[in-house]
Design a protein around this ligand. Structure first.
Ligand SMILES: Nc1ncnc2c1ncn2[C@@H]1O[C@H](COP(=O)(O)OP(=O)(O)O)[C@@H](O)[C@H]1O
Ligand SMILES: [Mg+2]
Length: 333
């Protein structure tokens, strides 16, 4: 009699921060399906280089605030894990690069300029350390280049509406810039929008389009229904997929300010997007939970790894081949 050997389940690990509704609902949804994949919270505490991991997929919702986790995840990627989101891309991304990339991808994007920093870490001596910097800044030309006032001044690496200012005059702009300290700020064309969308994109193939009211609080922000016509809806889906595929994000929201039917991509580096039931409401929350479960199960069963995109993998495998002991030549001595 042939005994059927039971295959060990594939494991999905989760890193989380201060969120309470999404993590347990997501873990329960994956485990409830009993589909050969189990999901659980991860625990780490000091990591040896090249430490292997038992996880096939890791979902990361907090490494932007816990840098040790980011280092851990880069090592996990090197071991072949599929990390959601790619810790390398996330480390490199910013709203200025994003605006340039979006434009190259043919996506409508507000005109965007990156500004020199306002302040520097101690030890920077302007006459010596900043010799590449032109001085003074030609503020009038920069404002003109993004279409004149009002302009948006915001942190190139920001999230959660921190350090976002709508400036209506030069005094306004300087006052806010003078508060920016060590941050890298972008100056952006203000899109006078008549509608607004926020699209959740999972696994670079699944898009959930939501109508959104920025500035509102809690559940008032996300509308249960949208009012986008078919052409606009299709463009939102297509642009969101194009952006997330180019950036290699598997869990991201893309935000669009819509003016005269054209969606301008404003903010598409939300790599740990809001998944709280209190802001999303039940309908959108249920979509997130079930579609996140679909995605991690698909990825766990695939051969995809975060490292597939990077050339260091092929160098590492060449080096390990070179080091492996050669077969002894059999000679007739
Ligand atoms: N270029 C812009 N034109 C119009 N409104 C903008 C623009 N940039 C930002 N905003 C407004 O500011 C909000 C926060 O900016 P956003 O870039 O999304 O920053 P965060 O990453 O902090 O969410 C947006 O939801 C939008 O309402
Ligand atoms: Mg935003």
């Amino acid at each position: 009699m042939v005994m059927a050997t039971k295959k060990a389940p594939l494991k999905v690990g989760l890193f989380v921060g201060r969120e309470w509704s999404f993590p347990p609902a997501f873990l329960e949804e994956v485990n409830r399906r009993n589909d050969g994949v189990i999901a659980e919270y991860m625990k780490v505490g000091g990591t040896m280089m090249n430490e292997p991991t038992e996880y096939r997929v890791i979902v990361d919702r907090i490494s932007h605030e816990v840098p040790y986790y980011r280092s851990y995840l880069k090592n996990a990627a090197l071991q072949g894990v599929k990390v959601v989101n790619d810790p390398f891309m996330w480390s490199a991304d910013d709203k200025f690069f994003g605006a340039s990339l979006a434009t190259q991808l043919g996506i409508a994007s507000p005109k965007t300029v990156v500004l020199p920093n306002h302040s520097y870490v101690p030890g920077i001596v302007p006459t010596e350390s900043l010799r590449n910097l032109k001085y003074p800044i030609d503020w009038y030309a920069l404002v003109e280049s993004v279409g004149g006032f009002p302009v948006v001044l915001k942190d190139a690496h920001g999230g959660g509406w921190r350090d976002v200012y709508i400036c209506r005059s030069m005094e306004d702009l300087w006052r806010n810039y003078n508060k920016s300290g060590l941050l890298t700020m972008v100056l952006q064309e203000f899109i006078e929008w008549d509608n607004y969308a926020r699209c959740m994109v999972l696994g670079q193939e699944d898009v959930h389009v939501m109508k959104y009211s920025p500035g509102q609080h809690g559940a008032a922000r996300y509308h249960e229904q949208h009012d986008f016509d078919a052409k606009l809806y299709k463009r939102l889906v297509d642009d969101s997929l194009t952006l997330c595929r180019a950036l290699n994000y598997d869990m991201n929201t893309a935000e669009y300010a819509i003016r005269d039917g054209v969606p301008y991509a404003l903010d598409f580096m939300n790599a740990a997007p809001d998944m709280d039931i209190n802001s999303l409401g039940k309908v959108h929350f249920d979509w997130m939970v079930t579609h996140m479960a679909d995605m991690v199960i698909r990825l766990a069963k695939s051969n995809e790894g975060t490292r597939d995109r990077y050339t260091w993998t092929s160098h590492a495998s060449k080096a390990s081949k070179a080091k492996s002991p050669r077969k002894k030549l059999v000679t007739s001595e």
